[in-house]
Write a protein that binds this ligand. Structure first.
Ligand SMILES: [Zn+2]
Length: 90
């Protein structure tokens, strides 16, 4: 049986840093230049607790880093989970 192991997901702060996002700003939502459109100012808001993200310019959004990974690389759920090391065959 295959299993999605959500608890093995990287912490959002680490993941977004690996993805090359420069996070700025205080508070719950950080700002970053959006990788989902040709952004020239930080239009993307991300949460470091949940990994949730939302772009104020292009509308890209999701609830966690898995969703971010799927959208950025055009992957399905399982392929993205495998790349992030959170899909286990048990
Ligand atoms: Zn965007």
């Amino acid at each position: 049986m295959n299993k999605f192991n959500k608890s093995a997901l990287q912490r959002p702060a680490n993941y977004f840093k690996e993805q090359g996002l420069k996070l700025t700003g205080g508070g719950e939502w950080k700002n970053a230049v959006c990788p989902f459109h040709d952004d020239h100012q930080p239009s993307l808001r991300v949460r470091l607790d949940s990994g949730g993200f939302k772009c104020m310019a292009c509308g890209a959004h999701g609830g966690d880093v898995l969703s971010f990974h799927m959208q950025r690389y055009g992957l399905g759920f399982i392929a993205a989970a495998k790349q992030l090391g959170v899909w286990r065959s048990v």
